[in-house]
Design a protein around this ligand. Structure first.
Ligand SMILES: [Zn+2]
Length: 768
């Protein structure tokens, strides 16, 4: 299987509305992928409607994007991003709301007063940014503010007025709670209990705030555009107003409706006032239509409201669909339940009706996910022509999620063409094509295939890998063999089988070593044992890559070895080679150049590339350029200097010195006492595998600027760390110091060499 390279993108400058519930995707990925697989102007289908930004980017790239979307809130996000109201409409709608009357007061004044608190320092009445609560208590224990008068800022103990105010609002809570309830579900509805449970995730004050505004909506007589704008602002307040904001924030992307033991109650007045920025910064709009209306050839978004299963085969003849794109949905009970609730609050019961199941569904496990995905993929199969490409982005990847998606697609007749994985923090990029038969004959899963797949990946990688990586290697083998799911097998059984198979493969094969503090197979890293490594034969393709990269990298000061080349060493070579030829490159340029050399599961992490860049280069105005001392000619000269220093020091200590290949040797009476391996790079692993001399004799000499990179590599690769421990690694600087010493004995030399540790602090933050 020829894996594709990971397509790099940029993190969005603004996370956008409801960002904690929408998939975290990079920008620029889909607009890079699409032109390679479908001509501009053609129809593409997003069958999941899970990421409004993905559809928008595809439309902006000149494609006609048909999106099926069932969740009324996601649909609203999509409509808003395709056709945002003007800033004027936002401001006018908000102004109308603020000016509305509430008894004798203006509504704005009334809502503002809900969040007043007293500054601890100057005593002025100011707005709290938030209040902090403990679960189950009837008043906040603290408030957080920044005083505009005296600049006192931070978390302060709640005052008796703060407590009294919270209790006063709570006294009328029943009335507002039942209003909030009735907009979602009828009293006699059998689902009422679920609605009540969902609303229980709102404290009295935010619920009062929201129902007060929502009850005003109809009497404001806003234009349709202004009503949309106001709804958008209220939606942000709906999310800011629930109790799913743990404090301190440890789970910033909640998946379950659970009230944290401590949480933050945001100031919804602030949300309303400042929410506008989140909506207007999404940029220019694109044509937006409802299916089956036509879109211009220049691109746009066409929304099919409903489930993919309700979209008929007509689209196959009518459009046809050239490619499928989508963020693979993962279960999110919190967002789905809240979506039903918010839809009711904003648009009434009728809007909830088609999505009401979301209120009822309480537990979403991976088997449920696989079953639902399989239903979608099976229907999708009928809409596509043979060979149609399906590009899926699987964000927040974890092993069972990946297993669920691969099993669902395979069982629906899709062939896995590529899987590119960077880290557990980045979306996995998946490519399937529509296969020949919907029902193909599945094969028995073979554990030997799984073992070989994991072994090959670890050989190719040349260093240990995360469980996510080795698990993916196993899944790919099973997908290739059509062995992810047997005929008539339920998805939960199929997923369990695959997981057991992969875990057993790892545990019972003596070639694999587990580096972990915990017992569980899915923690830590998996690598190869020394026995497996010594038998290693890299495949020709990898050899070719190593040679290619090496040819242009002599200045790195290492000779070729086709053994034990680790991924991080190869990345170092590739990045430096690229910068040598292309000074003043931005990070994205580096990624675009590097990734094709390391496709599929080998995609290097940002941290790895950054470690190399910070070791060799400096950044100016966002552009990277090799440091003066790291330009090839300068490095060569310096290595020669270091070599002559070694000779001089050796002779001063009474040794005879010579050079064998690239190794400097100190001898006495024909016996080798010390050997030195001089590097310009941080390819310490390579040096260790190349030197024929025992570790206690060998000193590896590296430039000071490489120390942090070498330490970073050791930190992420426990097998390298172990090998490095028995060697002395010293910096160029040490030799320069030693030659200056007026008195130098063999004892001083040994002491100095033993006391020159690699810099650790700088690389501490970059584990991956
Ligand atoms: Zn103050």
């Amino acid at each position: 299987m020829d894996f594709q390279a990971y397509i790099p993108g940029l993190s969005p400058a603004e996370p956008g509305p409801l960002a904690r519930f929408t998939p975290p995707l990079e920008e620029g990925v889909i607009s890079t992928w699409l032109p390679l697989h479908a001509p501009a102007g053609s129809w593409v289908l997003d069958p999941f409607g899970f990421s409004p930004r993905l559809a928008l980017e595809a439309a902006r790239a000149g494609y006609r994007v048909l999106v099926t979307v069932n969740n009324p809130i996601t649909r609203f996000l999509l409509e808003m991003s395709a056709r945002p109201p003007s800033e004027t409409d936002f401001k006018a709608a908000l102004a109308d709301l603020i000016a509305a009357k509430k008894g004798e007061e203006r509504l704005g004044v009334h809502l503002y007063a809900l969040y007043l608190t007293t500054c601890e320092k100057c005593g002025n009445e100011i707005q709290a940014d938030s209040f902090l609560w403990r679960r189950g208590e009837d008043a906040p224990y603290a408030r957080v503010y920044t005083c505009p008068n005296c600049e006192d800022a931070g978390e302060r103990v709640a005052t008796s007025q703060d407590i009294e105010k919270a209790r006063k609002i709570a006294a009328t809570d029943n009335l507002h709670r039942s209003r909030a309830f009735e907009r979602v579900t009828a009293l006699e509805d059998e689902d009422r209990v679920y609605t009540e449970e969902a609303i229980a995730h709102y404290l009295p004050r935010p619920l009062y705030f929201l129902t007060t505004i929502i009850n005003r909506l109809d009497s404001l007589n806003l234009t349709l555009e202004r009503l949309r704008a106001l709804n958008a602002l209220i939606l942000l307040a709906c999310d800011a107003g629930n109790t799913l904001w743990d404090h301190p924030s440890e789970r910033p992307r909640p998946k379950q409706l659970n009230i944290p033991s401590q949480f933050r109650e945001y100031n919804l007045w602030h949300q309303l006032e400042h929410g506008l920025n989140q909506w207007t910064e999404t940029g220019s709009g694109v044509p937006l239509e409802a299916w089956p209306n036509e879109l211009p050839e220049s691109g746009g978004i066409c929304i099919f409201e409903g489930r993919l299963q309700d979209l008929t085969d007509d689209v196959k003849k009518q459009l046809p669909i050239k490619a499928v794109i989508g963020s693979v949905p993962r279960p999110n009970q919190a967002f789905w339940t809240l979506s039903a609730l918010w839809a009711g609050w904003l648009w009434g019961r009728e809007a909830v009706e088609p999505y009401k199941r979301a209120l009822r569904r309480r537990r979403y496990d991976w088997a449920w996910n696989a079953t639902a995905l399989n239903a979608a993929f099976t229907h999708l199969f009928g809409l596509l022509h043979l060979g149609a490409p399906v590009f899926g982005l699987l964000s927040e990847p974890e092993p069972p999620f990946l297993a669920s998606a691969l099993t669902a697609a395979s069982a629906a007749g899709f062939d896995l063409e590529s899987l590119a994985l960077r880290t557990q923090h980045d979306p996995i990029q998946l490519l399937w094509t529509c296969g020949e038969h919907l029902k193909r004959q599945p094969n028995e899963a073979n554990i030997e295939d799984v073992k070989e797949a994991i072994y090959s990946h670890l050989i190719e990688r040349g260093e240990p890998a995360s469980y996510l990586h080795v698990h993916a290697a196993g899944l790919i083998a099973l997908a290739k063999a059509h062995a992810l799911k047997q005929k008539d097998q339920e998805f939960d059984e199929a997923l369990r089988n695959s997981q057991t198979l992969i875990q057993t493969a790892l545990e019972e094969d003596a070639r694999f070593v587990h580096y972990s503090n915990g017992e569980s197979v899915d923690t830590g890293l998996w690598g190869l044992s020394d026995v497996a490594l010594s038998k290693e034969h890299r495949d020709d393709e990898t050899k070719g890559l190593v040679l290619n990269l090496r040819d242009s990298s002599r200045h790195l000061g290492a000779t070729h070895s086709d053994k034990n080349e680790s991924l991080s060493d190869l990345v170092e070579i590739a990045v430096v080679t690229f910068l040598q030829k292309n000074p003043n490159s931005i990070f994205l340029d580096v990624e675009q150049e590097i990734y094709p050399h390391f496709p599929g599961l080998l995609t290097p992490s940002h941290a790895m590339i950054y470690s190399v860049l910070s070791s060799y280069a400096e950044k100016e105005n966002g552009e990277w350029k090799l440091r003066a001392e790291d330009v090839a000619s300068a490095r060569r000269n310096e290595m020669n200097t270091i070599a002559s220093l070694l000779d001089a020091i050796g002779r001063r200590l009474g040794y005879s010195t010579r050079k064998q290949d690239r190794i400097h040797i100190w001898e006495q009476n024909g016996t080798i006492e010390r050997t030195f391996y001089i590097l310009a790079s941080a390819l310490v692993g390579r040096a260790i595998s190349e030197t024929p001399f025992p570790p206690e004799q060998t000193v590896i000499v590296i430039p000071g600027g490489r120390a942090a990179l070498a330490a970073y590599k050791a930190q992420r690769d426990p097998s390298l760390a172990r090998r490095m421990k028995s060697y002395r690694v010293v910096k160029y600087r040490l030799l320069r110091t030693l030659i200056e010493l007026p008195v130098l004995t063999r004892e001083t030399f040994e002491e100095q060499v033993a006391g020159d540790p690699l810099e650790k602090s700088k690389s501490q933050m970059m584990m991956f």
